[in-house]
Design a protein around this ligand. Structure first.
Ligand code: TRP
Ligand code: ZN
Length: 884
């Protein structure tokens, strides 16, 4: 009864579904855009002058009506070819402006008024701290002025900014600065001109009182490019690493892709209110401040790593995204998958390749695999959406990057580069499709990717099972591989995919008998290897060459052997993860009967010995050894259990950590001692690896339960001279019942109270504590003066971390975690629907849990669906998540 009522309520307001198959070319093109901004916090006037031309490729019968998108603004006037339109000459509603085209070529002038200070959605023009900034991707430009807000409408822009000189000394937009002029009444003006045609989602404007750090880069053809990073005053000393990363990224793109920067200046602005990580606007990248600002005492090694990769990512978009852009938003992975692959490879070249691969795969497994196996599964190139902002997903980004990587593997480095060269040569200045990209790869290499293309259209993670048979007489090894993809919502029938599988056959003595990349194309396929002199141990899917689940679990002996002997570093790590998962999963199941985690785990000495061999192997890079010590996370273990019991998983994993800590105590103590550093902090990969190994040691020592090691953590906190060591210590203390915890948290708070980026670490830490008072603490922290629901970083740090990174407490059996979370999502939905929707996925995981939890999670989703004025963003996620 109640359910029906809710349904009816929504039937009438259900948002429209946009389908890929409905794409039609725009009837009109806009070739030049002139914008004039008269900036004012409450009432900014935007004047736009657009030169229209009928599209020669328009669909037949397209008609002569011009439809422009526009939202949340006041239309002041419209004129065509210099003549103002009467109210009867156009129609305006909540989302559009329509009028008839007078001819095939005409100029439209539109005046609108918008209110940046009231823009809590942070899309379009808004105010962050004291500065004005814009965010237009995906569809934010329509909140600035009426326009054909679609990426296949590309124009050159000339932008005039008028603003008070004292509050806005800095006035920025895309392209080149044409002029700066003083106006009367304390205002001044800047005019910017961007010669490269671009879609409106790449438009940007920034104005405010910002400090600037400058440097320059000399390109491969000898041009000097001025590099500037704009930040809040006082942060000038925190830009060095971002600047250095930018220069290294520019050089790398020249060396590896032959791609040179194309303007004489490149600007980055860091703002503290931002919906995502960063944005690649042409020559004016806008960043979430947390991905720019870093000093040794404010940023961890992981922060430095992220800054490096995100600065590179946005820079790389200048070619993969800006010079060649997307025809429509279904093609988002064209730019995102490719650019993620590019930034991953950049990081691999700058740091440790195997460790980078391990981290990328961890991220894929933690974020993308659950998405692909859950209610929000969609192909890399989706077929439909309600709200495009909901499709900036792990599938489009991370799986999209894996698809590019597989093409790289199939074609080899040279063949891949030939394809890339053809792609940019063919499509420079165009808005194209994923299919155009694959065609360039095919044409440059004379290959056929018809079957491979399925990776773009088929959702779901393939499951592979392999079986080996050794024939001692014939000296052959027969490997049989089967692939199967489970149905996903709306896509029941699955096809067999083409994928490159790297394998190795190892002799018991550690000799590599064979290393090869095989081309899997069938549902069941046999591969015969000859001249194999002894029964081998198989190293399967090396380097994670295909993004799949592998169901075959080798024996514990073989896994221990691979941990110590595989020549593929990724698979050494992978063997340890498989071994640990197998032990932990079995123990979680046994825990259900006994309730005793130690007993459930039983004897894990063999596993501990294999870990010991890795920990003490000085031939291995320290960053790798640190990674190899870390057990699969609680969420990862949940993925392998049905239903998953979060409390049992937590207890068993902790018990395992304790056993490892006790078994390897001497080695961890030695690692802790031997990896202390007397040198000044440096963020380079080698030093970071040393710190990572020392951190792992401390954390296992504390897991023994010996209070001396908690004291050691407190000591490390007190004496830390860099944020990495400080956070490691605080993370250990954070889960303890120890006065040192309060001391350290209080110290951290007072030390960093005025640093909005750093204080988020303090919020997150407390939200992620395994202590049972965590929800109460999180509720209390919502009243902290530094917390506000209006800042996405704050919401993600406190509320988001609680649901996404604290499985034990979010899933507490009485449902209080779910209820708290749904309340916050609804509150946020009224302020910033995009961020609310991005945070909603955890409630959609109800299928993974027992009936009691599942019912409570669904009830919260239904409560959200019954909310008044529910956004299209959150409606799409909640409705898809609740569906049986
Ligand atoms: N294009 C950006 C990137 O991946 C992502 C992005 C930034 C974004 N801000 C956004 C996407 C706002 C949607 C909405 O580099
Ligand atoms: Zn991107």
């Amino acid at each position: 009864m109640r359910k029906n009522k809710e349904k009816d309520h929504f039937m009438s307001e259900q948002p429209q579904v946009i389908r890929r198959e409905d794409y039609t070319a725009p009837a009109f093109l806009i070739e030049t855009v002139e914008l004039v901004f008269d900036l004012d916090r409450e009432a900014t006037t935007v004047t736009s002058r657009l030169s229209f031309k009928a599209n020669p490729d328009r669909a037949t019968g397209a008609g002569d009506q011009v439809v422009l998108d526009g939202e949340d603004m006041k239309l002041l006037s419209v004129a065509i070819d210099g003549t103002a339109l009467a109210a009867s000459d156009y129609q305006v509603d909540a989302t559009s402006l329509k009028f008839n085209a007078p001819s095939d070529q005409f100029v439209v002038e539109i005046q609108t008024r918008i209110s940046p200070v009231n823009n809590t959605r942070l899309e379009g023009l808004y105010v962050s701290q004291s500065a004005y900034c814009t965010q237009c991707e995906a569809e934010g430009f329509r909140r600035i002025t009426y326009f054909q807000d679609r990426p296949d409408v590309m124009a050159t822009y000339r932008v005039t900014i008028n603003a008070p000189r004292d509050s806005c000394p800095v006035l920025l937009s895309n392209g080149n600065l044409v002029s700066s002029t003083d106006l009367d009444d304390g205002r001044h003006q800047a005019v910017w001109d961007d010669p490269f045609p671009k879609p409106c989602y790449l438009f940007a404007l920034v104005a405010g009182d910002l400090a600037c750090v400058e440097d320059s880069f000399n390109t491969m053809t000898g041009r000097d490019v001025a590099l500037r990073i704009f930040v809040e005053h006082g942060n000038e000393d925190s830009c060095d690493y971002a600047m250095d990363s930018l220069k290294r990224a520019m050089k790398w793109d020249e060396d590896v892709y032959g791609l040179e920067y194309d303007l004489d200046l490149f600007n980055i602005v860091a703002v503290s209110d931002f919906n995502m990580g960063a944005m690649e606007n042409k020559s004016l990248n806008v960043f979430n401040a947390k991905y720019i600002l870093a000093k040794s005492d404010t940023a961890t090694d992981t922060d430095f790593e992220l800054i490096e990769s995100i600065v590179a990512h946005e820079y790389f978009h200048n070619w993969s995204g800006n010079r060649v852009t997307c025809r429509d938003w279904f093609q988002l992975s064209l730019k995102e998958g490719l650019t993620v692959f590019r930034d991953q490879e950049f990081s691999s070249d700058e740091r440790s390749r195997p460790v980078q691969r391990i981290k990328d795969v961890q991220r894929l497994r933690a974020g993308q695999f659950p998405e692909d196996g859950g209610p929000l599964a969609h192909p890399v190139r989706p077929d439909s959406y309600m709200e495009i902002n909901n499709f900036y997903t792990a599938t489009v980004y991370q799986k999209g990057a894996e698809v590019i990587r597989m093409m790289h593997t199939l074609l080899g480095t040279k063949g891949y580069r030939k394809g890339i060269d053809l792609y940019f040569e063919r499509h420079d200045g165009q808005a194209v499709t994923c299919d155009d990209f694959v065609r360039a790869m095919e044409d440059a290499n004379g290959v056929n990717f018809d079957q491979f293309r399925l990776w773009y259209s088929q959702s779901g993670t393939p499951n592979l099972v392999w079986n080996g048979e050794y024939d001692a007489k014939q000296q052959t090894y027969r490997l049989t591989i089967e692939q199967k993809t489970e149905p996903t919502p709306g896509q029941v029938i699955k096809s067999d995919l083409q994928m490159p599988i790297k394998i190795g056959l190892l002799g018991r003595d550690g000799d590599e008998l064979l290393a090869q990349t095989i081309d899997l194309t069938l549902g069941k396929q046999e591969f015969l290897f000859e001249d194999i002199a002894q029964e081998p141990v198989v190293s399967f899917n090396r380097d994670f060459s295909a993004p799949v689940n592998v169901g075959t679990t080798p024996s514990h002996d073989d896994l221990a052997f691979l941990m110590g002997n595989d020549t593929d570093a990724f698979n050494r790590w992978e063997a340890g993860q498989k071994y640990a998962s197998d032990l932990l999963i079995n123990a979680v199941k046994a825990f259900g009967q006994s309730g005793n985690a130690d007993e459930a785990l039983g004897d894990v000495d063999a596993f501990c010995n294999a870990l010991r061999a890795t920990l003490t192997n000085d031939d291995l890079d320290k960053a790798f050894r640190a990674q190899a010590m870390i057990l699969p996370g609680e969420a990862m273990l949940s993925e392998q259990l049905q239903p998953a019991d979060p409390e049992a998983i937590y207890q068993v994993r902790q018990a395992m950590r304790r056993k490892i800590g006790l078994s390897l105590q001497d080695e961890f103590e030695a690692a802790y001692r031997n990896n202390a550093s007397n040198d000044a902090y440096s963020p380079d990969a080698t030093s970071a690896g040393q710190r990572a190994l020392r951190s792992v040691a401390l954390s296992y020592l504390a897991a023994t339960g010996e209070s001396v090691f908690v004291d050691l953590a407190l000591e490390q906190y007190r004496t830390a001279d860099n944020m990495t060591d400080r956070m490691t210590a605080l993370m250990v203390l954070n889960d303890q019942d120890h006065p040192g915890r309060d001391e350290a948290l209080a110290d951290f708070e007072s030390r960093f109270a005025s640093n909005t980026v750093v204080i988020d670490k303090w919020f997150s830490l407390q939200a992620m504590s395994s202590r049972t008072d965590t929800l109460a603490q999180v509720k209390k922290l919502m009243d902290h003066p530094a917390f506000t629901m209006r800042n996405p970083n704050k919401v993600r740090a406190l509320v988001g971390a609680f649901a996404m990174a604290n499985q034990r407490n979010f899933h507490v059996a009485d449902g209080s975690g779910y209820r708290f979370y749904a309340d916050r999502l609804m509150e946020l939905d009224d302020l910033n629907p995009q961020v609310a929707a991005r945070l909603a996925a955890p409630l959609g995981k109800w299928r993974k849990f027992d009936e009691g939890r599942a019912a409570k999670m669904k009830a919260e989703l239904n409560r959200i669906l019954a909310k008044e004025n529910l956004s299209r963003d959150l409606y799409e996620i909640a409705s898809k998540s609740v569906a049986e």
